[in-house]
Design a protein. Structure first.
Length: 255
């Protein structure tokens, strides 16, 4: 083989080697870049995984707090419900139409109806003063004042009336309005009030009788006024007192 052929062969080999080296360098660079991209991706993935783990941890903490708060709220609700159910005073929840949607045991005991029987009844069925004509103005006053007390008269299942003090409260849950009413039997209070009033009346009668006998020279007139005052106090007429006086006098003379 002559020198020209060797030179051509060598040149082909050189070019092939250079081309192979350039290709190898190109592929090595591509591999390096791919490795760098993969490293960056792994780094970003690790960061995103870590961020997601932290996010899930915070969400889990929030969920645990919500569960604890909900558990506490449910416990408070159970305690409140038990307290209302067993309260000494009657408790009613009424809707805007005056329908009873809740009544506790005290309400049932005071009226003689079962709690189930009270549900669906209307306040007009148990209250002598409140009726359907008065209710709209009462509801508007409740909306305006939110909470206030009134005195009324409730009626038991067997028709026995008794005086009550009612604390009404306007409550809104969502778009539904209620009247939460606390009712207390004030029979003893009214009897004490009447006793005080009658004692005051008696004191006034005694004062007038003393003044009449001391200042009025007409004894017959003084006695007549005395009988009239006593009749008003005892809720009897003058003729009864005269008959009572005469019968006592006759019994005294007999003895």
């Amino acid at each position: 083989m002559d020198s020209s052929a060797w030179e051509k062969r060598y040149e082909r080999q050189r070019r092939a080697r250079e081309k192979a080296e350039a290709l190898l360098e190109e592929k090595s660079l591509e591999l390096y870049r791919a490795n760098e991209s993969l490293r960056d991706l792994n780094k970003n993935l690790e960061q995103r995984v870590q961020e997601r783990i932290e996010e899930l941890a915070r969400a889990n903490q929030d969920l645990e707090l919500q569960i604890k708060e909900r558990t506490r709220a449910e416990q408070r609700l159970l305690i409140t419900q038990f307290s209302v159910d067993r309260a000494a005073d009657s408790v009613y929840w009424l809707d805007s139409l005056g329908t009873i949607v809740y009544a506790n045991k005290a309400a049932s005991d005071s009226l003689g109806y079962s709690q189930d029987e009270l549900l669906g009844m209307r306040v007009f069925d148990i209250d002598q003063i409140m009726d359907e004509k008065v209710w709209p103005s009462h509801w508007e006053e409740l909306r305006r004042r939110h909470s206030f007390s009134i005195e009324s008269t409730h009626v038991t299942r067997d028709g026995r009336p008794f005086p009550v003090e009612v604390l009404v409260n306007h409550i809104v849950t969502g778009d539904v309005e209620y009247n939460c009413a606390y009712v207390r039997d004030i029979t003893e209070r009214m009897e004490r009030r009447k006793a005080v009033d009658r004692y005051g009346q008696l004191q006034e009668i005694v004062r007038r009788i003393a003044h009449s006998f001391l200042e009025d020279s007409d004894l017959s007139r003084s006695i007549s006024l005395t009988l009239q005052d006593l009749g008003k106090y005892l809720d009897v007429d003058r003729a009864f007192l005269i008959r009572f006086r005469d019968s006592e006098q006759m019994a005294f003379n007999t003895h």
